[in-house]
Design a protein around this ligand. Sequence first.
Ligand code: FES
Length: 119
Amino acid sequence: MNRFGRSSLDLLERLLHLPRMPRVKFLPSGFETDIQVGTSLVDLTDEYPEAEVPYSCRSASCGTCRVQVKEGKEALSAMDDDEQEVIEIFGDDRGDVRLCCQIRLEKDCEKLVLEVCDP
Ligand code: FES
């Protein structure tokens, strides 16, 4: 970060008018990276284990990978019935909890912030 609160790469992209990729940040690890529209979050976190999202079944059965979507919810793929069922079992009725193994970034957005839920 520079004194304007932006990274040098961010400023360079703006100066050159290059298209920007959305950023994704994981909490509580604080790990942050770019994410291309169309990417599944499980593929991204397999590539970057430092995101520290725990997985078990990877098929919307166990609920291990529950994350609270703090920013960017509208840019994610829709929830299907299997995912909804698991979320309900865990009583996460805030409307912003998703299974990280089931979500994909489907639209451009400024930033996606995901916080791993307590087990
Ligand atoms: S890893 Fe089991 S529901 Fe996502």
